[in-house]
Design a binder for this molecule. Structure first.
Ligand code: ADP
Ligand code: MG
Length: 630
């Protein structure tokens, strides 16, 4: 007797597919019910494609077949079968689509798993490996399919998920795809029609094609975006979001609007509950699909929103678009460009409204998705102003996790403060224990904190807010205004006289040579002996850090920075004694170098630790010897 494997051609899964299958079959025990949602979503995709085809092309096989999804369950034989009248697959397509990993997203998914990332069944759909979820519940999966091309032959594809699959041609009377699952012994619940109906109601209620389970229709077929807002409930939106985003969570925000000018459009857009990109899973794909009069023109189209709004999910329907617009023509279509402008502005306006409506939710949103808005503020010149209003930062005047807007910052500025200050660092503790904000703190002047690598770049691209220049607090030429909170001169410890301090600075520079560009005295520091600052308005210490990180092998150069020294600090006073010959040369050299080393470390920059330890041991030796002598 011929087995499935001996009839037709037997092929090997690509190694990466097998690896994925092993994970799917053996590790994803929870949530196996999502296989239903994944297979329905594939059927719906196939139906959308054929609907588009029948509207734009002549030769479509079974043109008048109703577009629908049918599920048959059989308790006796323990089977589950789903069929659709969609676009189907040719033999070549079946081998490619079901036997290799074609999507870049799937590779990223695998990569995450290889790196020991968490395995979450929810991710399966996000990364385009949904078909394989059938193997979570089935011992054997058999696909019979016939493509919409009138010339195509029918195909039978079958596999147990272990290493091999078979394909062969077969007479199939109608267009579409049928996927039959021989359920595993402990997954027979999916042969019960009530169980299956319940799952469909939960996950797939908004699929825009009728779904029948054992002959009975279970979903509400409707294009939600053609309805009026007041006809829809929160539950409707949530269900629709879960369908379009292929997600399980709740949307954070939603935007449902119609417009007539400059072009007719209806849209429902969502901000998801969480940001997958945050976990380092690679760049998100765009999430808004384009429809024309309820016909899908392009799923998850790239041209509808700018790159930085790739986290938005939803649908847009415009009846002004030609149905046969292709991926290529979309790129230079004036209509699409118009659509993109309108959508971008509406999304930004929606976010501004939400920021106004509730600080707490908005801050939660910003902590999750703020990285995208920062990207936008730095790159979208046209909407920069509005985007900068959406930014939030912790600051020297906020408590722990609390965020502030630039607008609030400006409202707190003393009258004679003309600039907005920011500083980047790993976290609040790192920033507040460093030297840069001392002078600001002493005067009660607020500084925004940036914890992302990108923050310095964003601020330097923004340049100003509300007419006030944005300045990094570690720049050299900052002239801080005196405020009510400034300490009076009497409270300050006495500094070296100006001339002597100047001589000291020159002497230190001589000792340091090319290690820094310049050494000079400053009144800015109170507690710290010295700080490294940046000579121009472009470079910041944060950028230096990024450059040091990129330049792993190379020099850890800070040669373009300025060392500012505090002439009122005891270390500087003692160095001045050394300069005047009270002590030996060796000690003076090591002292100056260590001053620079310490300033480098507090700036978050890297030093040659071996040399630093040597110098600091030398100092320690001297200090301890001194103690003994006394
Ligand atoms: P995705 O849906 O993200 O593309 P899947 O693993 O779910 O990833 O499906 C892989 C591919 O198999 C699909 O892109 C599609 O080309 C093909 N496919 C799956 N199911 C069907 C179906 N019912 N009809 C036609 N093609 C299908
Ligand atoms: Mg899929």
């Amino acid at each position: 007797m011929a087995t499935e494997e001996t009839r037709g051609k037997t092929r090997q899964f690509k190694a990466e597919v097998q690896h994925l299958l092993d994970i799917v079959i053996h590790s994803l025990y929870t949530d196996h019910e999502i296989f239903i949602r994944e297979l329905i979503s594939n059927a719906a995709d196939a139906l959308e494609k054929v609907r588009h085809l029948t509207l734009t092309q002549q030769d479509v096989f079974d043109r008048d077949l109703p577009l629908e999804i049918r599920i048959e369950t059989d308790k006796e034989s323990g089977t589950f079968a789903i069929s659709d009248t969609g676009i189907g697959m040719t033999e070549e397509e079946a081998s490619r689509n079901l036997g290799t990993i074609a999507h870049s997203g799937s590779r990223e998914f695998l990569q995450t798993l290889k790196e020991g990332g968490e395995i979450d069944a929810e991710l399966i759909g996000q990364f385009g490996v949904g078909f394989y979820s059938a193997f979570m519940v089935a011992d054997r999966v058999t696909v019979t399919t016939r493509a919409a091309d009138p010339e195509a032959e029918g195909v039978r594809w079958s596999s147990t998920g272990a290493g091999k699959y078979t394909v062969k041609t077969e007479e199939i009377p109608h267009r579409g795809t049928k996927i039959q699952l021989a359920l595993k012994e402990d997954r027979k619940e999916y042969a019960e029609s009530d169980t299956v109906k319940g799952i469909i109601k939960r996950y797939s209620n908004f699929v825009p094609f009728p779904i029948f389970v054992d002959g009975e229709q279970v979903n509400t077929v409707q294009a939600l975006w053609t309805k009026n807002k007041n006809e829809l409930t929160d539950e409707d939106y949530k269900g629709f979001y879960q369908f379009v985003a292929n997600a399980n969570d709740e949307p954070m925000y939603r935007l449902h609007f119609n417009a007539d000018a400059p072009l007719a459009l209806r849209a429902i857009l969502f901000v998801p509950g969480s940001n997958f990109e945050k976990f380092g899973l690679g760049k998100m794909e765009p999430g808004v699909s384009l429809y024309c009069k309820k016909v899908l023109i392009q799923a998850e189209a790239e041209e509808l929103l700018p790159d930085y709004l790739r986290f938005i999910k939803g649908v847009v329907d415009s009846e002004d678009l030609p149905l046969n617009i292709s991926r290529e023509t979309m790129q230079d279509s004036a209509l699409i460009a118009k659509l993109k402008r309108v959508l971008t502005k509406r999304v930004i306006k929606m976010l501004a409204g939400e920021a106004e409506a509730g600080k707490e939710t908005y801050d939660t949103f910003f902590k999750e998705f703020g990285m995208f808005l920062k990207e936008g503020a730095a790159t979208d010149f046209e909407n920069r102003e509005q985007l900068s209003r959406l930014l939030r930062y912790p600051s020297s005047k906020t408590e722990r996790d609390e965020l502030t807007s630039l607008e609030e910052y400006v409202s707190r500025m003393p009258e004679n403060q003309k600039e907005i200050y920011y500083i980047s660092g790993a976290n609040r503790t790192a920033i507040e224990s460093g030297p840069y904000i001392e002078a600001f703190r002493d005067r009660g002047i607020e500084v925004l904190y940036g914890y992302d690598h990108a923050d310095d770049f964003v601020f330097s691209h923004l340049r100003e807010y509300d007419g006030k220049p944005l300045r990094s607090a570690d720049q050299a030429n900052i002239d801080l205004p005196e405020t009510d909170e400034s300490a009076s001169d009497e409270d300050k410890p006495e500094a070296l006289p100006e001339k002597e301090a100047g001589d000291l600075a020159r002497w230190i520079k001589e000792k340091l040579g090319d290690a820094v560009q310049e050494v000079r005295t400053t009144k800015r520091l109170t507690r710290s002996p010295a700080a490294l600052v940046n000579p121009d308005d472009i470079m910041t210490t944060g950028m230096q850090r990024v450059m040091q990180a990129l330049n792993k092998e190379g020099e850890m150069s800070i040669g373009n920075m300025i060392l500012e020294v505090n002439p009122a600090h005891p270390i500087l006073k003692n160095l001045n004694d050394l300069r005047e010959g009270k002590g030996d040369e060796d000690l003076a050299d090591a002292g100056c170098r260590l001053l620079l080393d310490n300033a480098t470390v507090t700036a978050g920059l890297t030093v040659d630790s071996r040399a630093m330890v040597e110098r600091s041991n030398k100092m320690l030796e001297r200090a301890l010897a001194g103690l003994k002598a006394e």
